[in-house]
Design a protein. Sequence first.
Length: 445
Amino acid sequence: MIKVLVVGGGAREHAICSAVCKSEDSQLYTVMHNRNPGIIRLSKDYRISKETDVEKVVEFALDKGIDLAIIGPEAPLEKGLTDELMKRGIKVCSPTRDSARIETDKEWMRKMMSKYKIPGQVRNRAFDDPRSAEEFIRSLNGNVAVKPIGLTGGKGVKVAGDHLRSVEDAVNYAREVIEKRIGGKARVLIEEKLEGEEFTLQAFSDGKTIFPMPAVQDHKRLLPSDEGPNTGGMGSYSSEDGILPFMSRSDYEEGVHILQRVVESLRKEGHPFIGVIYGQFMLTRDGAKIVEINARFGDPEAMNVLPLLKGDYVDICFSMVEGNLTKRKIGFERKATVCKYVVPEGYGVKSMVDQPIDVDEKSIEDEGAILFYASVNERDGKIYTTSSRSLAVVGIGEDIEDAERICERGLKHVKGEHIFIRHDIGKRELIEKRIEHMRRLRGSI
Ligand code: AMP
């Protein structure tokens, strides 16, 4: 029996735990900050603890005799949880603190891209002086993305035209990032604003080679038609052919090539990347550009790809740790997926916490949809919201339309007075808009 520890209590981790549990010889142990009912049910044992409390997680892992650990969220990676577990002889299918820097230090990521001449780079510079930042912003006519250097849970980036209405807005936000040390440093990264359609490409990495997964499109904005503030992600979809309707096979291959180059560069730097590497790309008229690199599965994107995985996930994790990924048989079902998050009313601004949600698990399953719990708590058999996303429903179908219908049928069995869902995700109208947008930018697909 292989004892597997999964760290994290979100829907991404629920999806990871489900994949682990499909593996016959494994037994699941978990550590999470909330009481995720889906994860608790799958676990042989669990501990409620902050995922960044390295000592507590290590103690639990040693106590339970864990063979393999998988870390879901980015914050414990930054704290060096992987390194500490490895020191105690535990295998970890997640990057060390140094290799996770590709996500936790955006300036370093951009420098690496330049040093190794990785394609997909954008014009960028980092500043600790607001006046120099202003000069650079003005030199780009205010067409910029203003980014904290460190982690902000996907909510710290502001982009001209979307959240920044003028050059002055951009300058003021850059100053605020520096002065308030948003993202942990008195420093700000300014990038040229990219125009296009975003896609996510995730890949397994054994430090040398990657195995790419189907492309996914996330929806970061809170409101329908991509309005409102940025969130952790409101939902996502993938297509049965593994690429998205607005992109071509060669766009996908370009993304794969870029990720492969990132992994090779990290190895050359002496920080081989073990685990899932995540590329957020903007498909522009000049091809795929890197928006950011993450050092773990995306949330929601994990829920699109993991249910389609053919082959034993725990085996795949071992092959990443052991550096022999190419020897494993890996594949994904030719199915489309649509994932929609249920979030508390006010999410993204001020969430209504501790509100009950009525979830009819049996009916969701009967509709053929999959339920993944996120940041909720279970008390006396009832589910309550926290300030973060509550749960996600995934539909899997022959094509996106089919998957979307199944997802919506599942969502009918989630009820609450104070919940919110972006129903437009995966709908034909929104996808047509994306195709049209790309067509306009490029002339044709
Ligand atoms: P990040 O946390 O870096 O993924 O940024 C959050 C979101 O901001 C991304 O998903 C994009 O929608 C947007 N964004 C980030 N960088 C850029 C950029 N250089 N140009 C345009 N949009 C961007």
